[in-house]
Ligand binder design. Structure first.
Ligand code: ATP
Ligand code: MN
Length: 541
């Protein structure tokens, strides 16, 4: 093997980057390098990088170990300005300020001794896929996106041409806080006209993945395709399930199911032909990960995978998944084929079951309820989950979070556009909808405990086998949900939070009224745009 074999199509990339971005990089550019090459690069040049005992690459994302939604900006320009849901999610940036950030990123990249390019696709359906180029200065970032994007074949790479979207990741270098529109040294900015994204001042790799997701959230609905913050899997008979939910509610965990084929764990699209995964890999939380509870994910952490910000034994390099000293958001990125029953290519038919996941730390939402179409819309628009006490100073009781469409930070159009498309598709394809609480049971955080993964899996199995559709249902007051009185593999009292509640009836009534009111208050924002039956599908307090 010649040393230079790692450096592919260097002249072409140099020319393109020079013409398109003003990157005047005189040293070799490392394009679509293999896993071993990226490992060697990372281990040699990047601080905080090591090998784990199972062969994964352990990396540090530096100071920031999660996304920085407050530092996201979208360029206000004439081709897209009328389409965008401007506000706290999509904060305006001028074209000039974007160019200042871009110049800063490009200048920084030009000073590096190593520069990496990864070219890949977003979207498994060839009809809708986009070509994405990542330009970055860390092998860690290149390997992360190698895992998360769809890896092109040699022939596809050779004929790649110009990308549809380019990420300039200069995350090691800060934004200038005095640039108009900056509020910190971190900046993640998107420009739909130039079809570019610039990252400064954060090395958290998840920004790139969710940045491309945001791009798809803009481009796909323009073509009548619905983008979804959901996981997806398929049963042996070809029935597809979608699992919506905010961070930590179980999209990745519950979609990795030994009895079903994994289509994807986080980002999908629903077109007239069915669903397709946007990504070529998964990005799993690794906090308290164990081989017993989550064998598929545990065993995916091997050679080629990237583990971020975990603790480990200095000697044996065995990862300690219980170590949260750097962050609770420890993560691992691996190619989707590392899950044994992944469905390749990652495409499926029209969904039969739509599962809305929530992690209710108040302990009052039932482990499972069957939703009417209006209720499904109500809960989709609400996007409820809860954060538990203890992770932030001063937080002593559960905090409700509402994030519309179960993914407000990634929406580009007004939420109603996504909700309307979902309602139409669900009704057209006669999909059933379910609400599953993977959060607290027996009481709120502090008294009750999180429902066991075993029960959540049993509920999902019963949905898929059709058994849950056959049992008896009763009305669950306040939220007016239909809950089953029995479910194979789940104790009956667990199914009704009013029965599993360990405290007195008064405290239960108070807690459910409190959560109900939070729902009602939140929904007021959408009242003028929602139909009466959807508004009436909410809790009655
Ligand atoms: P993100 O959008 O951040 O990727 P996610 O929806 O994919 O989030 P998961 O990565 O699946 O969320 O996280 C769920 C976490 O909760 C996992 O760490 C899992 O082990 C834990 N967990 C505990 N009990 C349950 C349960 N009953 N159901 C699902 N997950 C559970
Ligand atoms: Mn996930």
């Amino acid at each position: 093997m010649h040393q230079d074999d790692e450096i592919q199509y260097m002249d072409e990339i140099h020319d393109q980057l020079h013409k398109e971005a003003g990157v005047d990089y005189t040293k070799p550019i490392i394009r679509n390098a293999s896993v071993p090459v990226l490992y060697e690069e990372a281990l040699k040049y990047e601080k905080g990088t090591a090998l784990t005992s199972t062969g994964a690459l352990m990396t540090s994302s530096g100071e920031l170990t999660g996304r920085s939604p407050k530092d996201k900006r979208v360029v206000d320009e004439e081709t897209s300005t009328k389409d965008i849901w401007w506000g706290p999610v999509n904060i305006k940036l001028t074209e000039q300020a974007f160019m200042i950030n871009r110049e800063r990123a490009v200048d920084y990249l030009n000073t590096r001794t190593r520069l990496y390019v990864f070219d890949g696709y977003a979207g498994w359906d060839p009809k809708y896929r986009i070509k994405v180029r990542v330009v970055c200065a860390r092998a860690y970032h290149a390997l992360f996106m190698r895992n998360m994007l769809i890896r092109p074949t040699d022939a596809e790479l050779e004929n790649f041409g110009s990308p549809d979207f380019t990420i300039y990741n200069a995350g090691q270098f800060p934004a200038n806080r005095y640039t108009t529109g900056m509020t910190s040294q971190t900046s993640v900015s998107l420009n739909f006209k130039k079809r570019e994204m610039v990252i400064l001042g954060t090395e958290y790799a998840g920004e790139m993945k969710k940045g491309i997701f945001t791009v798809m959230h803009y481009l796909m609905p323009k073509q009548g395709v619905l983008s979804l913050h959901s996981s997806a899997n398929e049963g042996p008979n070809g029935d597809v399930s979608l699992f919506f939910g905010l961070s930590g509610t179980g999209k990745t965990t519950l979609s990795a199911d030994p009895n079903r084929f994994l289509i994807g764990d986080d980002e999908h699209c629903w077109s007239n032909d069915g669903v397709f995964n946007i990504e070529g890999g998964c990005y799993a939380k690794t906090i308290d990960l164990s081989v017993e509870k989550e064998p598929e994910i545990f065993n995916a952490i091997k050679f080629g995978s990237v583990v971020e910000n975990v603790g480990f034994d200095r000697n044996t390099r065995v990862v300690d998944y219980s170590d949260t000293s750097l962050t609770e958001n420890t993560r691992c990125a691996y190619p989707i084929e590392y899950i044994p029953n992944a469905k390749l290519p990652c495409l499926g038919g029209h969904p039969k079951n739509i599962i809305l996941l929530t992690c209710d730390a108040f302990g009052v939402l039932p482990p499972v309820s069957k939703l009417s179409p209006s209720q499904a819309m109500y809960h989709f628009i609400s996007g409820y989950t809860a954060k538990v006490a203890g992770t932030e100073a001063g937080v002593t009781e559960p905090q409700a979070t509402f994030s519309t469409c179960f993914g407000a930070p990634f929406l580009v159009w007004h939420p109603v556009k996504y909700a309307t498309m979902l309602a139409e598709k669900m009704s057209h394809h006669k999909a059933d909808a379910w609400l599953i609480n993977t959060g607290w049971n027996g009481g709120a955080y502090g008294v009750g405990k999180r429902i066991s993964l075993k029960y959540s899996r049993a509920i999902i199995d019963a949905i898929h086998s059709g058994e849950l559709a056959k049992v008896e249902y009763v009305n669950y007051p306040t939220f007016n949900l239909q809950i089953p009185t029995s479910c194979p593999g789940v104790p009956e009292e667990v199914l009704n939070p009013a029965k599993s509640w360990l405290g007195d009836k008064e405290s239960f009534d108070k807690t459910i009224a409190k959560l109900g009111n939070l729902f009602v208050d939140h929904f007021n924002t959408y009242k003028d745009k929602a139909s009466p039956d959807v508004i009436n599908a909410g809790p009655v307090v």
